[in-house]
Design a protein around this ligand. Sequence first.
Ligand code: NAP
Length: 290
Amino acid sequence: MQNSFYANTELIGLIGYPIKQSFSPFIHNVAAELTGTKLIYMPFEVHSSNLKNAVRGMVALGIKGFNVTVPHKVKVVDYINKLSEEASVIGSVNTVINEQGKLIGYNTDVNGIVESLSPSKSKVSGNEVCIIGAGGSARAVIYTLIRNFKPKKIFIVNRTEQHSEALKQHFKSKMKFDGIVTKELHHPDLINVLNNCSLIVNSTPVGMYPATDDSVLGTPDVFVKDQIVFDLVYNPVKTKFLQLAESKGAVTINGLIMLVQQAAKSFTLWTGNEFPTEKIYKSLLLYVSK
Ligand code: NAP
């Protein structure tokens, strides 16, 4: 990389803990270089006990904006002045813009999910779909499905049923959506439920590097031909979960598309510049396979 820094170079931060595994510095610094944007993107490892001070520090230093990642996406909402509609309904923020000391929070994961699923829109709309996991990213997936893809029913399959029940209540109250059904991860009827879904999404971290032999669903029999199967895990690009789905003839979508598309939205929010999506996706594929 050959970025040069001048008095007018703007700083974008990333706060999370741990942070060393993040691909976002690579994505945004390459995008800045490719588009000639005077920007540098820096990760900051921030412990939960320091979150409030870290956010205050961003404002005090006049930093243009920042990304927020695990485990701060929900807690950071307390320190934001204004939330976009999607961040407010989801209850989590991954992108912040500092507008003259006022922090505006967005959730650009929604853009990543819309772009990943839009080629499959007609297969999702009016059908049953299933999300595995009930954490922060499951919230963004459920919001996006209800808002943009109009499924008939959403199954939330999770290890801890209390967490999926909480999500069901959350979306019933916030989006008036009454079509969520919760299931335990090891429910005996799970194969039938999943076979009838036109879309299955993994929103758990299971299968992520280095545990690449793991899959949250252990048998290929849960998948069927032409079903859409989307894994939010992006490293490796083809997870065990996607390999099992492919073995049954499902159409698979990897998490790298979402990662690049959420970054694209954040980059444009901060800079107003278009993001070189194709070039970044290709560079990231090479970067991940190293
Ligand atoms: P999170 O809030 O910690 O939620 C994780 C969920 O996974 C929880 O519901 C948890 O179940 C479940 N889970 C964790 N370990 C499990 C296991 N061993 N077996 C079964 N279920 C398990 O995490 P998150 O923020 O939603 O992120 C989840 C994954 O999505 C991460 O790998 C992250 O990197 C990825 N992600 C990707 C993108 C992208 O752009 N591609 C964006 C956001 C997130 P319990 O409720 O039982 O604890």
